[in-house]
Structures are given as structure tokens and as C-alpha cells.
Design a protein around this ligand. Structure first.
Ligand SMILES: O=C(CO)[C@H](O)[C@H](O)COP(=O)(O)O
Length: 226
């Protein structure tokens, strides 16, 4: 199992001060930045593009985890890789050719992942496990921050953890949507190692305090002293 990563979603940051908001969560103990890209086509919302990634890239050395909620995906893979993404994930149903899109991410020098919505079956992972660096489970329907965690995703996470362990491959398991201090321990116990949280972090005045509480809950779930 990988060391845990907290990846604040900048969807809930103050966009008027985006660079400072990125710096602040990394200084507060987060390991990655999660960058949500929505196109008002694949999902019913419109957010930020490669120009914004390029602008914040110099602000931090932390890995930037780009979650593409766009259709089609391939042109955006190229644009976000060129703008400085470290990891790029996309939804299989948004790509005409999943294997080709994964290959494109790898060729651009980024880590690659697939995103499964709450209703997406695990069969989409068949035949591509060897191409994946990460599997992202959505624990809300994609499109908006601040939604409630869907509890059935805990069983799904356990099933994906078994698939990853059986594959013997170094694949991270990430979760996104409704992650809070009071459910992150159960999520970690289900086998998740990478935790996206937007409103739970950016909605608090003290980022270090909330990230510290999340890390303590993860450590407790992993049976480590806190
Ligand atoms: O991808 C997303 C929505 O599509 C967001 O990353 C996610 O919902 C995080 O926000 P919150 O932690 O507030 O639920």
C-alpha cells in the first residue's frame, strides 16, 4: 500500500487568489493538488483549462493531478500535459479508444488513470490494468463540489483494492467526492490511499488543522500510532 496522499481539490478554492490557495494547502501538509476540468458537455459544469494550469504550475513543485471531466479527451490530454500536469485521469466513457488515450498520457510523460463514476462497473478495468498508475473512484456524481459521499462506494473501493492487490501492480487508489474528516478513516480502511477533498479543506479557515485531522484518521485506520 502506498503512503497516503491528501490532494485538495482547487474547485473549492478562492479563485481570485488561486496561486496563494495552492501554496497554502501544500504548506498546510497536503501532498498533491487536484485540478478538476469540466466542460459543460460530459458534465453539467464549466471550470478551468490548460491556461490556468500553466499559470499555477510555477507556484508549486507538488504533483498536480488533473481530472478530466471532458468529452472527447485526447486533445485535452495533450494540452494539459503540455501545461504541466503530472498525473492525468479521464472517464472511459468519454474516450473513443481508452487504450489509445492511456497510451497518449504515457507518451506525454505523465502518470495515467481511469475514473469510475458511482454507477460505472469494474469491468472497464479489464485489459488495461497494466496501463494504469491510478484508479480514481468517484464517490459523488461528477460535476460539482460539496455533494454528499455515496456510501456504496466503500464496498466498491474494497473490490478495487482486491483487484489492485491481485494484479501485483503499483496502482494508486484515489477517491473523490464528499470526503470529510468524519468519513476518511472508513475510506482508508476500505483500501484507498489517495484522498481528494475540496469543500472539507477549503471550507475551513485553518487548512493545516483539517489536513492534520484527516491524516490522523487515516493513520488510525491503518493501525498506526498517531
Ligand atoms: O470532481 C469533483 C466533482 O466532480 C470534485 O473534485 C469533488 O466533488 C470534490 O469536492 P468535495 O470534496 O467538495 O466533494
Amino acid at each position: 500500500m502506498f503512503d497516503p496522499v491528501i490532494a485538495p481539490s482547487i474547485l473549492s478554492a478562492d479563485f481570485a487568489r488561486l496561486g496563494a490557495e495552492v501554496e497554502a494547502v501544500i504548506e498546510a501538509g497536503a501532498e498533491w493538488i487536484h485540478f478538476d476540468v469540466m466542460d459543460n458537455h460530459y458534465v453539467p459544469n464549466l471550470t478551468i483549462g490548460p491556461l490556468v494550469l500553466k499559470a499555477i504550475r510555477p507556484v508549486t513543485k507538488a504533483p498536480i493531478d488533473v481530472h478530466l471531466m471532458v468529452k472527447p479527451v485526447d486533445a485535452m490530454i495533450e494540452a494539459f500535459a503540455d501545461a504541466g500536469a503530472d498525473l492525468i485521469t479521464f472517464h472511459p466513457e468519454a474516450s473513443e479508444h481508452v487504450d489509445r488515450s492511456l497510451d497518449l498520457i504515457a507518451k506525454k510523460g505523465c502518470k495515467a488513470g481511469l475514473v469510475l463514476n458511482p454507477g460505472t462497473p469494474l469491468g472497464v478495468l479489464d485489459w488495461v490494468m497494466d496501463r494504469l498508475d491510478m484508479i480514481l473512484l468517484m464517490s459523488v456524481n461528477p460535476g460539482f463540489g460539496g455533494q454528499a459521499f455515496i456510501p456504496s462506494v466503500l464496498d466498491k473501493a474494497k473490490a478495487v483494492r482486491r483487484l489492485i492487490d491481485d494484479s501485483g501492480r503499483p496502482i494508486r487508489l484515489e477517491i473523490d467526492g464528499g470526503v470529510k474528516v468524519d468519513n476518511i478513516g472508513a475510506i482508508a480502511a476500505a483500501g484507498v490511499d489517495t484522498f481528494v477533498a475540496g469543500s472539507a479543506i477549503y471550507g475551513e479557515a485553518d487548512y493545516a488543522a483539517v489536513i492534520g485531522r484527516m491524516k490522523a484518521e487515516i493513520a488510525r485506520a491503518r493501525g498506526l500510532a498517531v
